[in-house]
Design a protein around this ligand. Structure first.
Ligand SMILES: *Cc1c(COP(=O)(O)O)cnc(C)c1O
Length: 428
């Protein structure tokens, strides 16, 4: 494939944007080469500036669960835009999407909208600290909760891809309030709680980890966290920015049958516009200003364009409840197809999957936490990535990211993908 125009655009971009990108995961630093510049996208396909068509497995890192430029979402945005794009005053649509979200997600009474997943997680932790009167938080190595200071301690996603899981610029004071635990290791969490008695405000976790590849929780892990939180008056925060409205209508809480105290959202909830949200029972949410003492605000929060995209997206997902099963079926089909091809070619691998999330690791051992995720063979991944790209398949340019399956993908697209894996596997 030819990437001439993308490379030229990237050269221009680098002169005025650090690294040429507005979010590090978009750069191809980990895999080498220049990033692809997108011209447009429709359904399951991306069309780049050189006229290549790519089958998309990133889907804007999650939001486009119904495919790109989904007509009802696009129409809703256009309709709203004609009536003004921001007021800084309440609008009816904010209540409509709040009511729908509260109806779809278990165990929440109220929700507040922000502009990104980062903001949602940052605000959720502040709320947990304000509510409990405690300072420390527990996060898990390899989990990503956005780029706010407290979370850049062994963070996943781009932070691990670019070798800065502990970012400079985070003060020692902030870092020491973030206690680091091992994913899927309940005893480790228990011992951290024991040595920080009555100091821990919350445990924040991706209930299915998606930022060190896809790592589902082992049986009993989330239940165990719930019990530990109950016994120690700690709030349990599920960061469902990735899993919310993706794994089920009610997200991971519904699928895993474990309730969190605070839930954060992003990605799908915005239908492709910049939206985040956090939600909880009333007694917790009422701690927020203007009702309560914990301050949180946003000039563009609840923006009408963003709310119309989000409301349309959630309405569609709520209407088509069979969609989560059909996404999971497609993902299983892809998993089986890729696994059988890699086995035929004797490529050492592990595939993790749950719902419409899947990741391929070039390592023979089970990938259950950060340490086992970073152990994979990165050189093989780089070759795999570029091989897939040359065959018209766009996966994340990092071994530490999940592939997202969208409703727009057909079984024919999946077969093309599996055939590409077979071709690329022969070169590994
Ligand atoms: C993407 C992501 C975030 C951050 O969301 P942004 O909108 O990029 O700020 C937080 N948590 C998880 C689990 C994510 O996947």
């Amino acid at each position: 494939m030819i990437y001439k125009r993308s490379s030229a655009l990237f050269a221009e971009a680098q002169k005025v944007i650090p690294g040429g990108v507005n979010s590090p995961v978009r750069a191809f630093k980990a895999v080498g080469g220049d990033p692809i510049f997108v011209k447009e996208a429709k359904g399951a396909y991306l069309y780049d500036e050189d006229g290549n068509r790519l089958i998309d497995y990133i889907n804007s890192w999650g939001p486009m669960i119904l495919g790109h430029a989904h007509p009802p979402v696009v129409d809703a945005i256009i309709d709203k835009a004609k009536k003004g794009t921001s007021f800084g005053m309440p609008t009816e649509i904010e209540t409509e999407i709040a009511e729908l979200a509260v109806a779809m997600v278990p165990n929440i009474d109220k929700i507040r909208f922000v502009n990104s997943g980062t903001e949602a997680c940052m605000s959720a932790v502040r709320l947990a600290r304000g509510y409990t009167g405690r300072d420390k938080i527990i996060k898990f190595a390899g989990c990503y909760h956005g780029h706010s200071d407290s979370f850049l301690i062994q963070a996943g996603s781009g932070a691990v891809t670019f070798g800065s899981p502990n970012s400079p610029g985070v003060t020692k004071g902030t870092a020491q309030d973030t206690l680091l635990a091992k994913y899927n290791d309940l005893q480790n969490v228990e011992s951290i709680i024991r040595s920080n008695k009555e100091e821990i405000a919350c445990i924040i976790i991706e209930p299915v980890a998606g930022n060190m590849g896809c790592i589902p929780p082992v049986k009993g892990f989330l239940e165990g966290l719930r019990d530990l939180c109950n016994a120690n008056k700690i709030l349990l925060i599920f960061d469902e920015v990735m899993t919310g409205f993706r794994l089920a209508k009610g997200g991971a809480q519904e699928l895993m049958k474990v309730n969190a105290d605070i839930v954060t959202f992003g990605k799908v909830i915005g239908g492709g516009l910049p939206v985040g949200a956090f939600a909880a029972r009333s007694e917790i949410m009422d701690y927020l200003a203007p009702l309560g003492p914990v301050y949180q605000a946003g000039t563009l929060s609840g923006n009408p364009l963003a709310m119309s995209a989000g409301l349309t997206m959630l309405t569609e997902l709520n209407k088509k409840s069979e969609i989560f099963k059909s996404l999971a079926d497609k993902t299983e089909y892809l998993h089986k197809g890729i696994a059988s091809v890699l086995e035929e070619e004797n490529i050492v691998h592990t595939i993790n999957r749950i719902g419409s999330m899947i990741s391929i690791h070039f390592d023979k051992d089970a990938v259950v936490d950060f340490d086992s995720a970073v152990k994979g063979d990165n050189e093989t991944f780089k070759k795999f990535f570029h091989g897939m790209l040359d065959n018209g398949i766009y996966i994340a340019p990092s071994a530490f990211e999940t592939w997202f399956i969208t409703d727009a993908l057909t079984y024919a697209d999946l077969d093309i993908t599996i055939a590409a894996v077979k071709k690329v596997a022969k070169t590994l």
